[in-house]
Write a protein that binds this ligand. Sequence first.
Ligand SMILES: [Zn+2]
Length: 226
Amino acid sequence: MVISDGHIAREAFTLLRLSPLLEPRRDEFAEAVSAAYATIEGFAAAHGWTHRMGVFFDRGVEVFESQAALWERIKTLHSLPRDLPVPTPGLAAALECRILVAVTPEEYASVAPEYGSTPDAYPRLLAHEIAHRLHIAIVGGDEDAMGPEWLYEGFAVVASGDLLEPPRCEPTWEALSAGGRGAYRRYAALVRRLMSLAPLSELVERAGRPGFEDWARGFLTSGRSR
Ligand SMILES: [Zn+2]
């Protein structure tokens, strides 16, 4: 189901659950959610996945003033142990149990300055989480079929309309697929490079099969030398 921008903006407005302190900013958050949704809706349409698109956060949108509060909420949603530490220092958003949860733009800029302080960083953060849900819908709900981390995170970064600079020069496969700081930038560069050789739908479809990384690596190398 494709929902027009106007509809999703109204829907986002009513889906939002905000603390009294954030309540005066309801319009701002509804606009960001709406922009994020429109980005992924457009991306899905561009790749022939309109039929996989949906409002994946129909149970609500919640914004938290701190990463700690966001993490508490995620632990509650998944009945995780209370003392479980934050899994990643840059945790800023998630889409769990059909609820989109995120910190504020200012908290995002604080916990992930390398990503959170760029223009339009906030709608892109939300779009990134929606993109993961689109990806899961494309692979029929089987999260194991999403492929390696570099593929599904690269997918989400590309889908969310990243304005991130690609790495300079011609980095090796090892450099692009490595984790660590700035990894999402490299993952997106790797996915973009593969997308210049094959449709993204083919990469996504192949990613769930055994031997995908070997295939992708060989494909990239042979594609480059042509
Ligand atoms: Zn992600």
